[in-house]
Ligand binder design. Structure first.
Ligand code: ACM
Ligand code: ZN
Length: 503
């Protein structure tokens, strides 16, 4: 059974099939050399075939071709043709070729994903003609590594799985109350102090550090670059999130002078929302955050830097002489205006560095730059609509519909699949400002890979289809049918899929 997820735009099945064998070659245009190698890496372990590089030939070849004349196909679109004599993937850009390869994998039996050689299997591909391109530009997944640090190998596995699903934005939540995970050379205590917390054995946590009383971890800048390159090879943009002005206790534990009270603080072992946040009345806080963002911009090539902005209590600012003094100077009546000030300050700061600010929808304000990207999760949709009318871009990450950390009782697979990103009050001419959707995984209750995968799959598979496939082709019953086959593929990739939740 052919089961492609996300479902392609146009799919025509033809008579006949193409068979991979030890003489099948891969031909890639010069610019596509790396993708030729990527395809070989995908096909060789299970088949044992070498897929030699050969000049363009008529028969028994998989061809990867850039065709600038691929006219009106979108930047990420591709055409895939399987004939009796060979396979051809063509696209305007290499991204399209990459997505064509993901589809080709799925035209082969699930065993193709095996890392062990499978003998005596026949590797047939049905003859088809596929024209395909994405519905949305933003097809995202977010991983929170502040609550539980997963590490490089797990992140790479996730990036590989995202690629299979044609997802293209990896939002990396690297900073929160319970951990600071990104090396900043100018502020070494962020790692020395902020990257670990006391373990809670009653929560089933195990120490992963030399000190048996602590749990944590971090990425040094070399490792971050390695992961960004790995993502880039899979056409995935990595967007780092540096939370401000709240969700920052790990940073305050390292540098308590950045708070209103001066601390001291410990990296918390509890979950929740904490009153201690950055003091917006102190100049050294702005300097600290600028320095951090400068290093972040040096590490991450993306144009988009996420500054969080969610769930910030204003309690400390109310009784802080520095914050009150700042408000007086700026003519503010309400503490809320301090957060607006901070957001606009960093929107401008990032813009002067050629970058764009992104934040959770709490950053929205009539004064916010239209360059800023709003990630809507909870609250007033009308404000998000206002941002779009102004020309601002928005991503849908609705709390009760896309959060992968929710139980399957709260978000069933069906509910995940039925999710449609939309802001009802937006006139159609602004609809293109809705860039797409993102499913986040918050990891308070996700201590390891097994649990991570169980929360994520198959629901992320459902979101991926909404992100890519035209709305009119979405059909839950058919999706479930295809998912059964797709799950076998995920199991060959050693993914702990919550199969019992497919219903
Ligand atoms: C969020 O879930 N606090 C964005
Ligand atoms: Zn203060």
């Amino acid at each position: 059974m052919i089961a492609i997820i996300p479902e392609s735009v146009e799919f025509i099945i033809k008579n006949g099939s193409f068979k991979l064998d030890q003489d099948t070659s891969v031909y890639a245009d010069k610019e596509l050399n790396e993708l030729g190698n990527y395809l070989r890496e995908k096909l060789t372990p299970s088949t044992g075939f070498k897929f030699k590089e050969k000049d363009l030939q008529k028969n028994n070849q998989i061809q990867l071709k850039l065709a600038k004349s691929n006219w009106n196909l979108s930047d990420e679109g591709y055409i895939l043709k399987v004939k009796n004599e060979g396979v051809e993937i063509s696209a305007k850009n290499s991204a399209g070729i990459f997505y064509g390869i993901q589809t080709l994998r799925q035209l082969l039996p699930p065993e193709i994903e095996s890392q062990k050689m499978i003998k005596n299997n026949e590797w047939f591909i049905s003859c088809v003609e596929i024209i395909d391109y994405p519905r949305f530009k933003w097809r995202g997944f977010m991983l929170d590594e502040a609550r539980h640090f997963m590490g490089k190998e797990i992140v790479k596995k996730i990036l590989d799985l995202m690629a299979l699903h044609k997802l293209n934005k990896f939002h990396w939540h690297l900073v929160d109350d319970q951990g600071w995970r990104i090396e900043i050379k100018k502020y070494p205590k962020l790692i020395e102090i902020g990257s670990k917390r006391k373990i809670k054995t009653n929560r089933g946590e195990e120490s992963n550090l030399k000190d048996p009383d602590f749990i944590g971890g971090y990425y040094n800048q070399e490792e971050l670059k390695e992961i960004i390159d790995y993502a880039d090879e899979r056409f995935i943009e990595v967007i780092p999130e540096i939370e401000m002005p709240g969700h920052c206790t790990a940073a305050l534990a390292a540098y308590p002078e950045l708070s209103c009270t001066g601390g001291p603080f410990e990296v918390p072992t509890k979950w929740g929302i904490f009153s201690d946040v950055y003091c917006l009345g102190k100049e050294n806080v702005y300097k600290f955050l600028e320095d951090v963002l400068i290093e972040v911009m040096e590490i991450f090539p993306t144009k988009i830097i996420h500054i969080g902005g969610d769930e910030t209590p204003k309690k400390r600012w109310k009784s802080c002489p520095n914050c009150q003094q700042k408000m007086k100077e700026l003519g503010f009546d309400k503490e809320e205006e301090l957060q607006v000030y901070l957001t606009n300050y960093f929107a401008k700061f990032l813009e002067t560095h050629g970058k764009r600010l992104m934040g959770w929808n709490e950053i929205l304000d009539p004064t916010l730059s239209k360059e800023a990207i709003c990630q809507f999760w909870l609250g007033n949709k009308r404000k998000a609509a206002e941002h779009m009318r102004k020309g601002g871009e928005v991503i849908a990450t609705n709390y009760l519909q896309t959060y992968l950390d929710h139980s399957y009782k709260i978000i069933s697979l069906r509910k995940a699949y039925k999710f449609e990103p939309k802001f009802p009050k937006v006139e159609s001419k602004f609809k293109s400002k809705l860039l797409g959707l993102e499913a986040p995984l918050w990891t308070e209750r996700v201590p390891n890979l097994k649990r991570l995968e169980w929360q994520t799959f198959p629901r992320l598979t459902a979101y991926a289809e909404t992100a890519w496939t035209p709305k009119k082709k979405k059909n839950y019953k058919k999706f479930k049918h295809r998912l059964v086959e797709f799950t076998k593929r995920l199991e060959f990739l050693d993914v702990n899929v919550a199969v019992e939740k497919i219903n």
